[in-house]
Design a binder for this molecule. Structure first.
Ligand code: ADP
Length: 304
């Protein structure tokens, strides 16, 4: 029995908009990652938990139903009276996509307000995953509270896994963003950055520089994603990414890599084997529309 916990925000997504008719769905980077981790793990033996905060409204009820149907445990989710889930809209603008957000008052911003329930939700976790977006949406005191509880969980045996998933617009300023991301990465054993974000934010000249920076911050294992270029690992391996005939929708490419990689690591596979599983999962995701797709082939090690 292995227990994987992801911490973050699920939002209501509105897309479509032709003749002002919008279709709603649910999305969020950590949710996407958990979706693909679930696909890679053994439903008989492993459990995946999502930790967030939702409101007491009907949309929050639907999010809980969605998670339960996806095989994701929801007992660590707090309900907060007077708050609602965040919302975003994808508008088609001259062939391009534009995103509009309403998340300033979202319930998820309260996910680390209560230290005791946070500690309870993380108890017994073998692996805990979060992203820079999880940290960005929190008020500063809640970020520090979360970091403290995560460090306790690590001391109790959990592996901490982190994707900096850098979104400058969500942070109050660039200096705080770099400081918090570096501290969280340093507190984590596994760091899964994307090179273009890291180059832009930290000035890394190549993936090797990203790896060196996170190792010196305190991380033990780093896998750097770089679009169609090879995934670089901190043990020196470089794993080729097979070309995709057509990239239909790159949404959740990095998240799906992370989910498959972490499921494989949790099941005891090496970083190189896990990166191969991550790449083959991401390959299916970029070739299909949408963030959470049903995979055609599960990880090879699940089929054995
Ligand atoms: P992010 O979504 O975080 O920006 P990347 O763009 O680096 O992450 O992509 C994550 C993974 O998705 C890559 O490591 C690769 O496996 C796959 N991927 C992304 N873009 C392509 C592409 N053009 N061709 C093939 N695979 C891709």
């Amino acid at each position: 029995m292995r227990r994987l916990v992801a911490i973050g925000e699920v939002m209501v997504e509105l897309c479509g908009g032709q003749e002002n008719v919008w279709r709603s769905g649910f999305a969020g980077d950590t949710l996407n990652t958990l979706w693909y981790a679930r696909a890679g793990l053994d439903p008989e033996r492993d459990t995946v938990f999502y930790v967030t905060a939702l409101g007491t409204d009907s949309m929050s009820d639907r999010i809980l139903e969605f998670l339960a149907t996806a095989g994701i445990e929801t007992s660590g989710i707090r309900r907060i009276e007077g708050r609602n889930p965040g919302l975003y809209m994808i508008e088609q603008k001259a062939g391009d996509r534009a995103f509009l957000y309403w998340r300033g008052q979202s319930a998820a911003r309260c996910l680390a307000d209560d230290e005791h329930s946070l500690r309870d939700a993380l108890r017994g976790a073998d692996m805990i995953y979060l992203s820079g977006i999880t940290l960005a949406i929190l008020p500063p005191a809640a970020r520090e509270r979360l970091l403290t509880v995560l460090q306790e969980a690590r001391a109790n045996g959990a592996t901490l896994a982190f994707d900096p998933n850098i979104r400058p617009a969500l942070w109050e300023d660039a200096e705080t963003m770099r400081d918090v991301l570096s501290r969280m990465a340093g507190a984590s054993q596994i760091v899964l950055p994307s090179f273009d974000d890291e180059a832009r934010t930290f000035g890394d000249v190549d993936p090797a520089a990203t790896i060196a920076r996170y190792l010196s911050a305190g991380a033990q294992e780093v896998a750097v994603k770089d679009g169609g270029r090879p995934v670089k690992l901190s043990d020196g391996a470089s794993i080729e990414v097979a070309a995709v005939a057509e990239v239909v929708d790159a949404t959740a490419a990095g998240d799906s890599f992370n989910g498959a990689y972490l499921a494989a690591r949790l099941a005891g596979h090496t970083p190189s084997e896990s990166a191969r599983v991550g790449i083959s999962t991401a390959q299916q995701v970029v070739a299909a529309p949408g963030a959470c797709i049903n995979l055609k082939s599960l990880a090879a090690w699940r089929q054995r």
